[in-house]
Write a protein that binds this ligand. Structure first.
Ligand code: HXC
Length: 258
C-alpha cells in the first residue's frame, strides 16, 4: 500500500510530510504507525539533527480518521488513543527538536500532533481547533493535557468545550503557535528556525528540551534537581569546552555532539 508519510533528509533536517490528501491527511491507524516508524528512525539516526513536520495540500492534519473511528468498538477506540499517545510521546520526548509547520487545517488529532512538537509555525491559511465534542468524543491524543499546559486551563476549556475553530493569528494570540507567516514563507521560516538551533550544541539543546518538558510533569523542587543533574552532565561534554573556548577566543564554535 502507498505510504502516507513521506520523508527526506537534507543537510540534517528531516522533512516529514503527511500526504493523505483524499482525507485531508486524517490520521488512521496505519498513518499513526507510519509516523511512529519515521520518528523512531529520526530519533536514532545520526544524520538527522532536526525534524520539520507538515501536511501536503490544504491540511496539516484534519484530525483522527472519523470514518475509521465510526466503525470502531470502544476497545478499538481505546487502542487508537493509546497508539496516538505513543506517537505523541515519542515526538515530545525525543531529544531532537521537532517543528510543526501548520499549513492548513490542524483539527482534533491534527492539533494534538502539532502540540506534541516543540514549536508551531502557522501559515495565515491555518485553521486550528479541537472540534471533538461536536462528534460526541473528546481529544484523545493528549489535547486535554498539552493544550491546558500550553495556554492555561481557561483558554483550553474554551476551545475544547466549544469546539471553536480559529485562524493562525488568533492561535498566535492564544499562544498555541509561536509564529504566523504567509503560506509561501512557511517552509523557509521553519528551515531558519531549524538552522538557528542546529548551530548550537546538540547535547545542550536536547538536555534543555528534556528539562523544560520535565517542568510540566513534576513539582518545582524535583524539576530544579533534574536541571542541576542535566546541567552537570552537559558541563562534562567536549562541546562545553568548545563553546566556551570559542567564546573566549572570539570565534565560532564547531560543535561535535560529544
Ligand atoms: C476522515 C476526513 C476528515 C477526518 C476530512 N475528511 N476530515 N475523513 N476523518 N477527520 C475527508 C472528508 O470526509 C472528505 O472526504 C475529504 O476529507 C475532504 O473534506 P471536506 O469536508 O469535503 O472538505 P472541506 O469542505 O474543505 O472541509 C474541511 C474540514 C472538514 C472543515 C476540515 O473536512 C471537517 O470538518 N473535517 C473533520 C474535522 C474534525 O472534526 N476533526 C476531528 C476528528 S476527531 P470525501 O470522501 O467526502 O471527499 C479527532 C479525535 C482525536 O481528531 C483523538 C482520537 C483518539
Amino acid at each position: 500500500m502507498a505510504r502516507s508519510v513521506k520523508f527526506e533528509n537534507k543537510e540534517g533536517i528531516l522533512y516529514i510530510t503527511i500526504d493523505r490528501q483524499e482525507a485531508l491527511n486524517a490520521l488512521n491507524v496505519s498513518v499513526l504507525e507510519e509516523l511512529y516508524e519515521v520518528f523512531t528512525m529520526a530519533e536514532n539516526s545520526e544524520e538527522v539533527k532536526t525534524v520539520l513536520l507538515t501536511g501536503e495540500g490544504k491540511a496539516f492534519v484534519a484530525g483522527a480518521d472519523i470514518q475509521q473511528m465510526y466503525e470502531m468498538s470502544p476497545k478499538e477506540g481505546r487502542d487508537m488513543a493509546k497508539l496516538g499517545h505513543k506517537v505523541m510521546n515519542l515526538i515530545e520526548n525525543m531529544e531532537k527538536p521537532v517543528i510543526a509547520l501548520i499549513n492548513g487545517f490542524a483539527l482534533g488529532g491534527g492539533l494534538e500532533l502539532a502540540l506534541a512538537c516543540d514549536f508551531r509555525i502557522a501559515s495565515t491559511k491555518a485553521k486550528v481547533g479541537q472540534p471533538e465534542v461536536g462528534l460526541g468524543i473528546i481529544p484523545g491524543f493528549g489535547g486535554t493535557q498539552r493544550l491546558a499546559k500550553l495556554i492555561g486551563k481557561g483558554k483550553a476549556k474554551r476551545l475544547i468545550m466549544t469546539g471553536e475553530i480559529i485562524d493562525g493569528l488568533k492561535a498566535l494570540e492564544l499562544g498555541i503557535v509561536e509564529e504566523v507567516t504567509e503560506p509561501d514563507t512557511l517552509m523557509e521560516k521553519g528551515v531558519a528556525l531549524a538552522e538557528t538551533i542546529m548551530k548550537k550544541a546538540p547535547l545542550a539543546v536536547g538536555a534543555a528540551k528534556t528539562a523544560i518538558n520535565k517542568s510540566m510533569d513534576v513539582d518545582s523542587k524535583s524539576g530544579s534537581d533534574f536541571e542541576i543533574e542535566s546541567f552537570s552532565s552537559v558541563f562534562s561534554t567536549e562541546d562545553k569546552m568548545e563553546g566556551m573556548s570559542a567564546f573566549l577566543e572570539k570565534r565560532e564554535a564547531a560543535f561535535k555532539n560529544k
